[in-house]
Write a protein that binds this ligand. Structure first.
Ligand SMILES: Nc1ncnc2c1ncn2[C@@H]1O[C@H](COP(=O)(O)OP(=O)(O)OP(=O)(O)O)[C@@H](O)[C@H]1O
Ligand SMILES: [Mg+2]
Length: 250
């Protein structure tokens, strides 16, 4: 089986700092893979390398066997990768629906015209509507995003990524800053989404309860290096992981 995503010997330096070094990661189609690690481990950098926001200084990224290394984010989106950001990227005064539609439009538009025409707008509206339904956000779709709860805002961001019809959905700390209730709701929503359709997911997350309830496998980064990669039990028992977290994994 061809891997959905394969990172081969990825390196990324920022000046003298090796934010990533020799990172190898294989994600199979339909798998939910968590990427965990202490602050500054390189998780977001790895995300940015895969999604095209940052170019790697070494290595290759393959999506469904195709080399996408160093392509722009816009092009990579057409290979089926959509992502959310660790820091919210919403237009607060626009409605939730319009934020999602804009994301869908961004993917569709360049096929015909840079900002798209009426047909693009119609298609984007349909995609936005589907994404909002799949995440149970219909009730808040006309509300200005800036006035929504933090939990709703983060889910709107997931809807934005989903509206682009990705095969690989990349979520950078989707429950960051959420209350316990909001976190539970987000996990339930993501679980129901994943039970309904076969999506490959790469998830960066600090909340280990979220990781253990969603992920099939867990990759652990520490100071730019992949120090473990396996099931939850394998990772919990790994001594390098225990050292990196100083026993904080449980
Ligand atoms: N654009 C940049 N320029 C310089 N250094 C950077 C840049 N982006 C990231 N870094 C550095 O690279 C290292 C890895 O950062 P990264 O954001 O990938 O970590 P992270 O694992 O996502 O951390 P967190 O859990 O805090 O989100 C850090 O030391 C960070 O300061
Ligand atoms: Mg990060």
């Amino acid at each position: 089986m061809t891997a959905a995503l394969e990172c081969k010997d990825i390196g990324r330096n920022f000046g003298a700092l090796a934010a990533l070094a020799n990172v190898n990661l294989v994600v199979q189609p339909g798998e939910v893979r968590a990427v965990i690690g202490p602050n500054g481990a390189g998780k977001s950098t790895l995300f940015n390398v895969v999604a095209g926001a940052v170019k790697p200084t070494a290595g290759v990224v393959l999506v469904d066997g195709q080399d996408i290394t160093g392509m722009t984010a816009q092009r990579i989106c057409h290979y089926g990768i959509s992502r959310t950001f660790q820091i919210s990227a919403l237009f607060p005064e626009m409605s939730a629906f319009d934020n999602v539609r804009l994301a869908a439009q961004g993917k569709l538009a360049d096929r015909w015209r840079p900002i798209g025409g009426r047909k693009v707008l119609e298609q984007a509206s349909e995609l936005a509507s589907q994404a909002m339904s799949r995440l149970n956000l219909k009730a808040i779709q006309d509300v200005a995003v800036g006035t929504l709860s933090h939990g709703d805002q983060r889910l709107v961001e997931v809807a934005m990524a989903l509206s682009q019809r990705p095969t690989i959905l990349m979520l950078d700390e989707p429950t960051q800053g959420m209350s316990i209730q909001e976190t539970h709701r987000t996990v339930d929503t993501l679980k129901s989404l994943l039970s309904e359709e076969k999506l490959t997911v790469v998830l960066v997350e600090h909340d280990m309860d979220v990781v253990f309830s969603l992920a099939d496998r867990i990759a652990v980064l520490h100071r730019g290096q992949l120090i473990a990669d396996g099931t939850a039990d394998e990772v919990k028992e790994n001594s390098a992981v225990q050292d990196a977290y100083l026993g904080g994994l449980d």
